[in-house]
Design a protein around this ligand. Sequence first.
Ligand SMILES: *Cc1c(COP(=O)(O)O)cnc(C)c1O
Length: 354
Amino acid sequence: MKKHNFSAGPCILPEEVLQKASEAVINFNNDDLSLLEISHRSKPFVDVMEHARALTLELLGLENKGYKVLFLQGGASTQFLMAAYNLLNKKAAYLNTGTWADKAIKEAKLFGELIEVASSKDKNFTYIPKGYKVPTDADYFHCTSNNTIFGTQIKEFPELDIPMVCDMSSDIFSRQLDFSKFDLIYAGAQKNMGPAGTTVIIIKEDILGKVERTIPSMLSYKTHISKDSMFNTPAVFPVYVSMLTLQWLKDLGGIPFIEKVNQKKADLLYNEIDRNPLFQGVVATEDRSIMNATFTLTNETLKDTFDSLWKEARINGLNGHRSVGGYRASMYNALPLYSVQALVDTMRELERKA
Ligand SMILES: *Cc1c(COP(=O)(O)O)cnc(C)c1O
């Protein structure tokens, strides 16, 4: 039986997706060839790419609204600079909610003036700043919807007249939002969509073409849009597995369905963290992420006992990020409720033993 996988990324994928993906590696579409050995320009793969792009728009409710979808390489980390390269003319406004936002800021500074509208660095990124002002003359506003490492999540996004760019790497497709509020969304696949190796970009075409600099072809959104995400060889396997995962999500009932499941999982775990005197949450309650829950022991001498309990329960990937310590339970879309129950059971067992 498979382990309960709370890994933060790369992370759990649905069993049926892994099954189909493994079949395609041997014999794709019953055509007696592997998905890995056919041309990315062959019809079977072009269909995969088109289906992945169409599913992305459909699930986000962004069809026929001027958005294009790309599957590029280089991870979300390349998007930190690519977004700025393509959009930052004079100045940009950034919300700093954690390590990833901080890295995005560092890259954007290479391209122009950067206004940090607010930061939660003062409390080690354990809350989401609110009530900040975004300058109306900035080229765009950038935020990170879910702070994967510290476990906070933006619940309300600002209403702006300038383009809004969002790194949704760790919570895209996990909850309902008005995605049309965003002009550029990007997400590394390996947190909630597929394997490592591809990054989805959803971009409103009309925000492009406003910077004066010359952009190298590979770093220009326009290049990739004009070639339907096939300017160069795409990461065929990660795109295929992402497509399968998006299809799996659609068949389940899409984001409205999975959001309810995700909320249930998060409630189950956070209720135990709050009830059990041996545990405490790391971040401000109202900003808790439903994807990545961070918590610590109230009594560090119980660490070895707890660690062996959850390992015996066949739980994987519960150690916190090295910059935070403690524990982090990542509860992405494909994680079943019974895995969260298994974790809660070990927390209760620790309470009985202590
Ligand atoms: C993991 C992560 C990244 C980095 O993604 P790569 O694909 O490794 O470049 C960026 N932003 C967020 C929010 C993440 O969780």
